[in-house]
Design a protein around this ligand. Structure first.
Ligand code: AMP
Ligand code: MG
Length: 850
């Protein structure tokens, strides 16, 4: 009989069809390669194993099949070719043996070889779609390696098959005739399944699933990034401590829940703590078998369905586990309903199982076959495609290898150190819940060693001894250094440092005469002009604080701000600054009504806030001085030409105006339009991310050539990339800060050529002498990757809100991590630390949907 005549034509299971279809989309991808190896501890008789494998393959149609699209007479009525599997006869010696005993490092060689094998794609149209190899590492140590395409076998099937080979081997080794094959033909397996699609059972299952998912929670993730879906995977396996394993077993026993429910509950607790979410799904691979044929015959029937978990932070872990156990029992009861069908019926887009969330797979069945007297432990190599993250638990409390926890991740989403940290966290969770199952989910600590210290101290702003100095002093020193340099240009006029200094000195003396001094305010409502700069400096030199109001704002707003601030005087006409009869000389404490102190206010900026009446933020000299000393050091390009287009009513302008004026730079006050580059190309400017689009359409000479500082709102990589592609040589700084923390308190510097990813660009780390905390609702720090409210402390903190003691007390609260009596500001922003120790802005607290 020819081989061809001996080829059997079999139908396929629903699982096989689903995988076959998915593989057709990426024919050369090893995505669906599966496999694992059994580490055999003890001697192996190679010939006996070869015979056992030969018999095993003969008994197992799945290992001998490949696929063909039927074009014969029995094609589907709609003309679509029908998928068949062709089962071919077994070869003579299906076990390949590779002897690595004489290689210098057999272990490493074995792993290299296996990695190479797993990366080789199969051709579904040509068999074989499975291979078995014995790697001999030493006389008493070998790896029995399986590799197969997911379309012919699944993990459950692999385990059933290997148990059979071990039984064959053991019998043959003992010279006994092995028990008869328990395996059925694939015809039988498929026939078993065939009654399901039209059954009442399926209708009930469908009703259960659609009822459970009238709305589907968004997929949950621990990833910091969004791009995904690479073909290789990042894996990390660790064996749980035997003591922990026995305590987990004891806990499962006491609470009367199966181990898989406990494992899923612990994983759910981790995700709850890491994301704050209380309703999400995990993808759960299920054997997909309910009948005896399926359970005893190696085949591909795996089904992936969601398990919905709703961990309430205010309930105990024990309660969560009981909930999960109930849900799991339901899922198992309804597990024959195909995941592909569910995803389609729910209208979930984004590829196979993309919307079901990370996978949690508890493989207690992954048995431990014994080959004669030599026991074996299974080690998975691949379980197919990884969507985000797979959390795999192998083994059980009674297995020889204990329980192994494997994380298998999409390398485009996770870095190795992040994956390690997440795995460590899950182990931390397991340790805590065995120690006290009545722990509230909210109280489960997900920090790993050293992390708390890192977020509170290590990544925080360093303490640095820096000169405490005020703006008038810094500016005065610069006047001495560069008296004849041009300091300010506006409306076709310009002033040198000497001229700006002299004029603002006269204005300061005039203001002092009008009663301006420490703790008094002067409203400044002037258009963009050199007078505007003269006025601001004049007020500050007098020892007062200015209240800048945009001259273009509605009269109502101007009146409201000035009404609240109750200034001594309002400068609302440039001609008011034509003051003569006052000395040009440096203004000192001798001239002032009260000596200038660093704790005197320097300006009061009214921020609209998202709700209610604008509030005046009172900022002191100490903070502005500290900001400028740092700006001068790290924003070197401010010593060149700076373009200031934003209104001085926003503290954003502090950077664009004073960083140059304390560095010898020249500030051009101009509208951001085609003519803004007239005075020369700026080396430095500060814009909000929404200006990037405008900068792109304006001539290149309007964009900063040295450093661009962005701030005020969220910056995303895509928008920045577009601008950077035209300006590749510019340093970009993403600066973050509320007015209450003096302009900015963290920043993130991007050098030319440095690649930024898509999505949120980090806001970086706190400045020196500044601290940032990401805290949960109970003011506890949260680990990297976890979003929490951002609090800021240190020299940058404003004094508070003008005339609003209540609001000040509410937003400026005691800093539990700093020295006694120190305050921190509650920003209302949500942020998280990324794995590099950079802060990432997430949104506003008010926008967070719980
Ligand atoms: P303001 O007090 O008017 O300066 O506004 C400060 C607010 O703007 C912050 O609390 C943030 O919500 C937002 N913000 C400032 N800088 C950034 C930034 N770099 N990224 C994201 N949001 C920012
Ligand atoms: Mg700001």
């Amino acid at each position: 009989m020819s081989d061809d005549a001996r080829t059997l034509r079999r139908p396929v299971t629903a699982a096989q069809l689903g995988i076959w279809v998915a593989q057709q989309l990426q024919p050369d991808s090893p995505l669906y390669n599966c496999g694992g190896y059994y580490e055999i501890d003890g001697p192996v008789d190679v010939d006996v194993l070869a015979e056992a494998v030969r018999r095993g393959v003969e008994e197992t149609e799945a290992l001998r099949s490949h696929f063909a699209e039927d074009t014969g007479p029995d094609h589907e009525p709609d003309g679509e070719p029908r998928l068949r599997q062709l089962v071919t006869p077994a070869g003579d010696r299906p076990l390949r043996v590779i002897d690595l005993r004489d290689t210098p490092d057999p272990e490493a060689a074995a792993h290299r070889w296996m990695a190479g094998e797993m990366a080789r794609p199969f051709d579904l149209g040509r068999g074989p779609l499975s291979a078995q190899t014995l790697l001999r590492l030493a006389d008493e140590r070998s790896f029995y390696v399986h590799r197969y395409h997911h379309a012919v076998l699944d993990g459950f099937g692999q385990s059933v098959y290997t148990d059979r080979v071990a039984a064959l081997y053991t019998a043959l080794l003992a010279g006994q005739e092995p028990p008869a094959s328990p395996f059925a033909t694939l015809d039988r397996v498929v026939a078993d399944e065939a009654s399901y699609p039209d059954s009442r059972r399926r209708r009930q299952d469908r009703a259960y699933w659609l009822d459970r998912f009238t709305e589907v929670p968004d997929p949950i993730t621990l990833a910091d990034r969004t791009a995904g879906s690479t073909h290789s995977s990042l894996r990390r396996v660790r064996t749980l401590d035997p003591d922990l394993v026995s305590r987990l077993a004891a806990l499962a026993e006491q609470s009367g829940v199966p181990w898989p429910a406990l494992a899923i509950a612990a994983t759910a607790a981790l995700y709850q703590r890491m994301t704050g979410r209380t309703d999400f799904t995990f993808a759960l691979p299920l054997a997909g078998r309910t009948g005896r044929t399926g359970l005893t015959t190696p085949s591909a029937m795996v089904n992936v369905l969601p398990i919905r978990v709703t961990p309430d932070p205010d309930r105990t872990f024990a309660e969560l586990t009981a909930d999960v156990a109930r849900s799991l029992a339901d899922v198992i009861r309804h597990q024959r309903f195909r995941g592909e069908d569910l995803v389609r019926e729910l209208g979930l887009s984004g590829g196979r199982q993309a919307r079901l969330g990370p996978t949690v797979n508890v493989m207690a069945f992954a048995g431990e076959p014994v080959f004669g007297d030599s026991p074996a432990t299974v080690h998975p190599l691949s379980t197919g495609p990884v969507n985000d993250l797979k959390v795999n638990f192998y083994g059980s409390a009674t297995s020889r290898g204990g329980i192994r926890l494997e994380f298998d991740a999409d390398p485009a989403l996770y870095r190795e150190d992040e994956l390690t940290a997440h795995q460590d966290r899950l182990v931390r969770v397991l340790e805590q819940v065995v120690a006290d199952p009545s722990v509230l989910v909210d109280r489960v600590d997900v920090f790993v060693a050293g992390e708390r210290e890192r977020v509170l101290v290590g990544w925080n702003g360093e303490s640095r001894v820096v000169r405490e100095v005020s703006l008038p002093v810094l500016f005065g020193e610069q006047v001495v250094r560069t008296p004849d340099a041009v300091a300010v240009v506006a409306g076709g006029r310009s002033l040198t440092y000497r001229e700006l200094d002299a004029w603002s000195n006269r204005v300061a003396r005039w203001l002092i005469g009008r009663g301006v001094g420490a703790e008094s305010f002067v409203g400044v409502v002037l258009p963009r002009s050199v007078e505007l700069v003269v006025a601001l400096l004049g007020v500050v030199k007098a020892g007062g604080a200015y209240v800048p109001v945009d001259a273009g704002s509605p009269a109502e707003r101007v009146a409201q701000v000035l009404g609240d601030a109750r200034p001594v005087l309002v400068i609302d006409d440039p001609s008011m600054l034509d003051v003569s009869g006052f000395s040009d000389a440096v203004v000192s404490d001798v001239d002032r009504r009260v000596g200038l102190s660093l704790s005197h206010p320097v300006y009061v900026v009214f921020t609209s806030g998202s709700t209610g009446r604008p509030k005046g933020v009172v900022v002191e000299h100490r903070s502005v001085g500290a900001y400028l000393v740092r700006a001068r050091e790290v924003y070197g390009d401010a010593a060149g030409l700076s373009l200031l287009h934003s209104s001085v009513a926003f503290d954003l302008s502090v950077t664009g105006l004073y960083a140059p004026l304390v560095s010898g730079g020249c500030v051009v006050l101009a509208e951001l339009d085609e003519r803004a580059g007239e005075f020369g190309r700026p080396s430095f400017m500060k814009v909000t991310p929404s200006h990037l689009g405008l900068l792109e359409v304006l001539p290149a000479g309007v964009s900063a050539s040295g450093m661009l500082v962005t701030g005020g709102e969220a910056l995303v990589g895509e928008a920045l990339d577009s601008w950077r592609s035209v300006h590749p040589g510019v340093v970009v700084v993403n600066a973050y800060g509320p007015t209450e923390a003096t302009v900015n308190c963290t920043d993130f510097r991007i050098e030319p050529g440095e690649v930024v990813g898509s999505g949120a660009v980090p806001i970086g780390r706190p400045f020196w002498n500044t601290r940032a905390y990401v805290l949960d609702g109970a003011l506890r720090p949260v680990p990297p990757g976890v979003a929490g409210e951002l609090y800021v402390a240190g020299v940058v903190l404003a004094r508070g809100y003008w005339g609003r003691a209540d609001l000040t007390a509410e937003r400026f609260v005691a800093d539990p991590f700093g020295p006694a009596g120190v305050r921190m500001y509650r920003t209302g922003d949500v942020a998280r630390w990324n794995a590099d120790g950079q802060l990432v802005y997430v949104g506003r607290v008010d926008d967070q949907v719980k």
